[in-house]
Design a protein around this ligand. Structure first.
Ligand code: KG4
Ligand code: ZN
Length: 365
């Protein structure tokens, strides 16, 4: 099944071509340089940049897919030099309808509808978080890694916009066990980096600086850790960090920058791990999936691995670094399983973005 997928949920314009779980291309145009000077994503600038780039990114994704499609049936490869003919050959289009920024989501949906009409293809509607879950099952064009599904899974999703624990019981069957009641984990890292003038997005900068820091230098709080809820909270931790920094003199702040960041990063990650551990207790599920931009952090992945090995469970991360942050390939992988179960947009005129979409929503389009 050959699918073209589009994700414009935040500040990445991404288009991918997938064949089943196999990723033939996964083009991502990042708007980081546009939003950097504002210290966060500006919705209308995001919309304009998506509109400017979407056609180019589609073109690139299609062209790249031709180059690595030797393993595909002839049907898919015959007209491999012509974008228009290739579009005619695809089976379905997939697009993210939410959650995300409304003006940004609109661009991808509009484009998907336009192509669907022009080429008479069905649209597979995908929830962005569903994409992050399925990112763990992506494969290269040769079908590696050949991971098999072994339900049920407990998914930890941590990105700049979301932090969730999801029980993934079977394809298309999700139960949200917990989510952040304020900031997302990535947002907590981004805001700390912004406060210190370290740039945006902050997660990877903090990872680099924290490497040479002492994470036991200062004990920041682990909000909700004693509570039975599986929800997360990062705003109290962020505030504690702000006040701690504010009360330090400039020289101490500079001298201990790496130690402070390592301690703060540790508190963010511990908060994730405490709830993951509690979720294992509560559900008895020890097959873990972890995805989202924050999980790109090597220290976090090491901590998750250590916890899961202690709990005698197993953990799957996205197999390629390109599948951690926002990308359309993960949308294409999720779309394959949705299409196999016959989930398509039935009424394109009613199909619209849902900025606050939840994995538990029943769709009405
Ligand atoms: O999944 P993603 O690309 O976009 C959203 O759906 O939000 O996640 C972006 C977030 C940002 O907050 C960024 O700071 C964080 O992921 N991030 C990281 C790392 N790389 C990106 N956080 C920790 N360590 C990293 N290496
Ligand atoms: Zn995301």
């Amino acid at each position: 099944m050959l699918i073209i997928s589009i994700d414009t949920s935040c500040d990445e314009t991404s288009v991918a071509v997938t064949f089943g779980r196999r990723i033939l291309s996964n083009q991502v145009y990042s708007q980081i340089l546009i939003h950097k000077k504002w210290g966060g994503v500006v919705p209308n600038l995001a919309k304009r940049a998506h509109e400017e780039k979407i056609d180019l990114v589609i073109d690139e994704a299609l062209k790249k897919a031709y180059l690595i499609n030797q393993n595909l049936p002839r049907r898919a490869t015959r007209h491999n030099r012509n974008v228009d003919l290739f579009l005619k050959k695809i089976d379905y289009l997939a697009v993210t309808y939410g959650p995300g920024l409304a003006p940004a989501l609109e661009v991808g949906i509009k484009k998907a509808k336009q192509l669907a009409k022009q080429y008479q293809k069905k649209i597979i509607p995908i929830d962005h978080m569903e994409g992050h879950i399925y990112s763990c099952f992506g494969q290269n064009s040769r079908g590696n890694p050949p991971v098999k599904f072994n339900f049920p899974y407990l998914a930890l999703l941590a990105s700049g916009g979301h932090t969730q624990l999801v029980l993934f019981e079977d394809h298309l069957k999700y139960q949200i066990l917990g989510e952040t009641i304020d900031d997302a984990a990535g947002e907590a890292l981004d805001k700390a980096a912004k406060l210190l003038g370290l740039g945006y997005p902050g997660g990877s900068v903090i990872e680099r600086l924290a490497k040479t820091g002492d994470s036991s230098f200062h004990k920041f709080p682990r909000p909700l850790s004693r509570s039975k809820t599986l929800n997360f909270s990062f705003s109290g931790l962020k505030t504690a960090f702000f006040y701690h920094i504010k009360n330090l003199n400039e020289a101490d702040r500079v001298r201990n920058l790496n130690n402070l960041l390592a301690s703060y990063q540790q508190a963010v990650f511990d908060s994730l791990l405490i709830k993951l551990d509690q979720a294992i207790d509560k559900t008895g599920v020890k097959n873990i999936l972890a995805g989202g931009g924050v999980v790109a952090n090597l220290k976090l992945r090491k901590k998750i691995r250590r916890l899961i090995s202690k709990r005698k469970g197993s953990v799957l991360f996205p197999p390629f670094i390109s599948l951690y942050g926002d990308n359309a390939a993960m949308i294409g992988v999720a779309a394959y399983y949705k299409a196999k179960r016959g989930v398509f947009v039935g009424r394109p005129d009613k199909f619209d973005r849902i900025p606050r979409a939840s994995l538990e929503d029943k769709l009405s389009f």
